[in-house]
Design a protein around this ligand. Structure first.
Ligand code: MD6
Ligand code: FE
Length: 204
């Protein structure tokens, strides 16, 4: 379903069985690439979410800024491979001919949120951003290309997929809150969001 030009919403895209299998794969990945605590550029204030990544490149944020890098900031190891179901998801919904390079995994505890932001650290804005939610529900807000433009809200549930592309690729968006305690998917509760991205220009 089209939420606004460029924003496609696929409620319940991944079945409960598919979600459980993916959580199991994530648990294995977390042994290699544990959660790290991102901090704001310059001030070093911690984010309320914890993060890790899968794939050749991972998104990190620390005092020196936002960037993609091939190695985990704490362990120095490469990020784990992208799970097959995640590559399938991209192939099915991205409408983009090259594979994704990064899957950022955010973990939200009961009080975590994510301020309005644009995803603009990638080279090729022709590639969409594809996001998958797991665990507790979240109130997602989408606006326009201007920070103070009008916004609409969407409640994202476990298994839902959102694709941001075309005219919405640089739209402001964020997570106002999560609704803790309802989903039984994650042992520890909370919410996981996985965002898949193409980072570099494909070779010609
Ligand atoms: C979240 N999502 O759902 C945060 N970014 O927790 C994002 O920041 C996001 O869902 C770009 C495209 C889709 C998204
Ligand atoms: Fe984002």
């Amino acid at each position: 379903m089209l939420v606004q030009p460029g924003v496609h919403y696929y409620p319940g895209w991944l079945s409960r069985e598919g979600q459980e299998a993916l959580v199991t794969e994530l648990e294995t990945a977390l042994e290699i690439a544990p959660w790290f605590q991102p901090t704001m550029p310059r001030w070093g204030t911690p984010f309320s979410v914890r993060m890790t990544n899968l794939g050749p490149l991972g998104w990190v944020s620390d005092k020196s800024g936002y960037r993609y890098q091939a190695l985990h900031p704490d362990t120095g190891n490469p990020w784990p491979q992208l799970p097959e179901s995640i590559r399938d998801l991209w192939r099915d919904v991205a409408d983009y001919p090259h594979p994704p390079e990064a899957c950022l995994v955010n973990y939200y505890g009961g009080k975590a949120k994510m301020g309005l932001h644009q995803d603009r650290d990638e080279a090729d804005f022709d590639a969409p951003v594809v996001s998958l939610s797991l665990g507790d529900d979240a109130l997602f807000r989408i606006g326009t290309l201007e920070r103070d433009g009008p916004t609409t809200s969407l409640k994202l549930k476990s298994g839902d997929v959102l694709v941001f592309g075309g005219p919405a690729r640089l739209a402001f968006h964020g997570i106002d809150r999560i609704y803790p305690g309802y989903s039984t998917l994650l042992r520890e509760g909370g919410r996981i969001n996985m965002t898949l991205r193409r980072v570099t220009y494909p070779a010609a």
